[in-house]
Design a protein around this ligand. Structure first.
Ligand code: SF4
Length: 117
């Protein structure tokens, strides 16, 4: 899994974006790199796109909830997601879990664009 840089995090909304696909960094791009074999140099390109994506958490939650068995989603490879699903069979909705975690985070650390700092 990748971690977003500070600028990308600051451009991400402090709320759960249910229409996340519209703001995806990969929207309108060739999706083949996201479904390349692990040894392909194209995979690095896909991971770089996810690194700059403001909705990567929403994307990851979608892939986990839908049990998508292939490709890069949210900067996470399929084997990483599979391992997470095995470790956490108790999670019924990754979208709910991660949305609640985000809300809790911003309750404790107001978003830089919220004007509450
Ligand atoms: S996290 Fe990656 S795969 Fe998901 S929407 Fe963003 S760029 Fe696309």
């Amino acid at each position: 899994m990748i971690f977003q840089d500070r600028d990308t995090l600051d451009s991400a909304p402090p709320f759960w974006d249910r229409l996340w696909r519209h703001r995806a960094a990969c929207a309108g791009r060739d999706t083949r790199p996201f479904f390349s074999p692990d040894t392909s140099p194209l995979l690095k390109e896909a991971l770089g796109t996810c690194l700059r994506c403001p909705v990567s958490t929403e994307c990851l939650a979608f892939a986990l909830d839908e049990r998508i068995p292939y490709g890069i989603y949210g900067g996470a490879r399929a084997n990483w997601r599979r391992a997470l699903l095995i470790r956490r069979p108790d999670v019924k909705s990754w979208s709910d879990l991660l949305a609640n975690a985000r809300a809790e985070h911003y309750r404790k650390n107001p978003h830089p664009r919220s004007g509450q700092r």
